[in-house]
Design a protein around this ligand. Sequence first.
Ligand code: ADP
Ligand code: MG
Length: 451
Amino acid sequence: MIDISIIWSEILNIITKKTSTVSYEMWFMKLQPYSINNGVLILISPLKNVKEILYTNDYKNILPESIKELNNPNINDYLIIMPDEVSKLNTIEIKKDYKEEENIYNNNLNKNYTFDNFVVGESNRIAKAAAFAVAENPGKEYNPLFIYGGVGLGKTHIINAIGNKIIENNSNIKIIYASTEQFVNDYIDSIRNNKNNDQSFKFREKYRNADILMLDDVQFLRGRDSSQEAVFHTINDLYLLKKQIILTSDRHPSELTFLEDRLRSRFQQGLNVSISSPDFETRVAIIQKKSFEKSFVFSKDIINFLAENITSNIREIEGALSKVIFYCKMNNKESADDLLLVKEALREELGGSNNIISLDTITDAVCSYFNVSKEAIKGNKKNKNIVRPRQIAVYLINEELAVPLISIGAYFGGRDHTTIIYARDKISEELKSDNLLKKQVNDIKNLIHRN
Ligand code: ADP
Ligand code: MG
């Protein structure tokens, strides 16, 4: 007969050598040995958090190592269960189900955001240099590192790049990357569930045991007073432990006027760097890099056109590239070299006005002016009262929009582009002498632009 309590006290003895007195008393001593099932030592945990902690990275190897060291042929594994799980012991589902505890660190980083694929230009050179320095030497020089700038300029990219680089150098480091929203939600959950103390315990453990804390978009702390408090304490604790803190925001910390003073001054303490809108050269470099990544060729003219016209931010540039590629593929083009097609693809982006004119708006105006149905105008009817409006619509579309003739033909029920050319030229020729036509065309233009 094996005496389980003797075995457990032997294991505890080994554990004392492997961990601090505090951890030993707080966690391991709380466990009660229950039984040995097929070589598995079953331990009962009085509290959920004891069980969870013992399965986290910091502790999960201590029990297996101690069991190994014990070298008792009757025991080769262990399982920690809650008292209410005893009844399930003989069912399979309980078997080691907590072994695969989710890793609460390092798991939110976006692996696709690296320094390698971050294009550097005047607008972000300093931010990139600071970020790189922090990634090489976390917690040493610039703490906190505060990166600020407008939307879509690469803040999230760059801080993920820092995280990925740090892990590359040291895979054991514990990084928390969280959007401010996630942080706030985590925090709120922790208070809401405070009754059993589990959640709030987990929250503190998670954030205060991190080696690196990254909070993205701290401007969203606006109006979150109690969360600001939590952020302050979390940051303060980590700061005092010389852990690296990295923050981003859409504005300089001094302009985060809705923050508590002490939090704002904490943010300003380290290094504040900005990212601004990319200049022309950088936009060209970004378009080249992204089109290369997407394996789609853009002609030099198109690259320049895009760099000249899509200027606000990098997210918008990415969106524009995807749209252009989509349009090219839809038109069976293997590269982006047709300016008209690009303009069509980016009509909304380039328009700048909220009253976007499309094939439909023009056709609708023509139809309502001549009181014909859209179906008829796009269909095959050849009677004069349909043909005329159709030709006028073609003419106007050609004049108002940069749409390829082929696309216009497709829109009008799959007509050949020569038919489209014919209609267009006929109207523009007649306009020279036909005053009624002139008036009609003008009226319809007014309809189109009336807003
Ligand atoms: P922010 O967080 O500042 O709003 P993001 O980091 O989300 O902006 O960037 C928007 C998009 O632009 C992302 O897909 C990102 O990869 C890309 N991006 C931003 N800056 C660069 C850069 N310098 N080089 C390459 N891609 C970039
Ligand atoms: Mg962002």
